[in-house]
Design a protein around this ligand. Sequence first.
Ligand code: M6R
Length: 609
Amino acid sequence: MCGIIGFSGDRNCVPILLDGLGTLEYRGYDSAGVAVQTECGIAVYKTKGRLDALRELLKTHPEAQGTCGVGHTRWATHGEPSDINSHPHEAENLTLVHNGIIENYAELKKELETLGYTFVSETDTEVAAKWIGHVYKQIGDPVKTLFAAAKDLRGSFAFGVMYHDRPHTLYAIRRDSPLIVAKTDTAGFIASDIPAILSHTRSYYRPGEDVVAVLCGSDVHFYEESGAEKNLVQETVNWDVEAAQKCGYPHFMLKEIHEEPDALRRTVMPHLKDGVPFFGVPMLDGDGLKDVGTIHIVACGTAMHAGLLGRAWIERFARIRVDVDIASEFRYRNPVLAPNDLVVLISQSGETADTLAALRLAKSRGVHTLAIVNVVGSSVAREADDVIYTWAGPEIAVASTKAYIVQCATLRLFALRLAFVHGKMSEEDVRTRCSALAQEMPAEISETLQLAPQLNEIARRFKEHEHIFYIGRGVDSHLCTEGSLKLKEISYIHCEAYAAGELKHGTISLVEEGTPVVVVITEDSLAEKTISGIREVRARGAYVVCFCASAVADRYSIPADEIVRIPAPAEDAPLPLMTALQMLAYYTSFEMGLDVDRPRNLAKSVTVE
Ligand code: M6R
């Protein structure tokens, strides 16, 4: 999604804006631009394409210098990626950048047109700029204008605004889209995310939806609608610049996969007390889970896939009913929620629009909400009744990897806690499984990373194919769902995941000579049935690569063309096996020469519906 950076300080802002935008590239974008307060007024430079194109454009404009400016990377929603649709957008009295979607832009545009306004782009943002500019003409006060205009706008937004008659000053307001504010001794910053400010400061403010931020150099203030100043507490980033850099790895995705053992330890250890799950959340640690009704896990994409694994574990260990919902469906299907139900939201970013909307729906129905979130202080974390943080550290690659591993680990701890509270598992069994999660699994993932050469070799074969299938049963079918998402999002190869037993109900007709089929087996009790599935697809000419727990490979004769042995006992194998599937996706994309970290059309944080 779009990235915003703004600077007001004592130096030329252009290099600072460009560097900041560079750190936000992971969010996904198709055009970029900056607006600078120069000696001759506000000048806008913007272009379709990557940041390098903007850098080239700026080289031809040496006059682009000034100590206050805003920058933007656009992920197209309204209107194709083009120079004219790129941000910043202008009204006659202001220039702004925007992240989000203005849902009622068509109505506002019509109204502005009747007043004589004309538009050059197809964007909702230009409408917002002209609407705010129109309100400013009437009100004349920059802060009051933003509060008043925001009331007219439906949808989500984070705006960075420069009024033409307020030199050296940035104004910002947000609703449902992320925005942080930071200051040093000499400058003030606004940004969509922490990496953009990290080379300047580790402290930042996270303004809520009820404030306008005003920055004039290091003089930073927040105002409420009443005009009263609001004191916000600064938060501190608990990871450093290196964590947001590649540190010698060719891509963030590979680096983040290699960080999984540490991320797992960092997440699990603080959530254990005397060897059993402890979340520091009274409802979870006390008796609050004893009479819980249905658990609804709601999330998007990879986070939702972690929820599928969570459901399998909760139902298996604790025998409690769990529904898993895609957030964008949950919010519109008028879900049946009982007062003692629990809604669990999972999100790496904590800013996913649909997940946030699902959370609000659950709260409006009076149902307790629990968020499992990676970004401290993010919207989902702040609005949920309770939060369990995962400690994966910053995840920059669009394809989520380490965040999935820690989400699954957290759900497993949660499942074990439920099993204990409901008398379905002895404390000793819980302790053994927790110890495996904290000690053995990180080591098993480290060992799995050694499979890189074999996985790279398989990737070389896969890159030649247009269709690939993933099959498994039980927990393994959920690993297939996530493994195939990983491959398709970064390699653009069409792949489908199926419950192995479902293949012969239709999909097997797509299997032909040489079609690659990835088979996953960690479920020992289902291994023989999955092996029958291997025979069925091989009889139709499939090339079968079987990812299985090494104990399973030792016990059964697996009729696959290639076996990837995951060095873990069957019960521990799902997480290390996912590491191997992530690496397979990584190497396939790499071998195809694709942009692994920034796949086409995708954004890291989906802050619009
Ligand atoms: O930040 P979130 O976990 O809420 O994001 C959810 C999905 O957008 C995300 O997992 C997406 O599916 C990734 N591209 C998967 O790699």
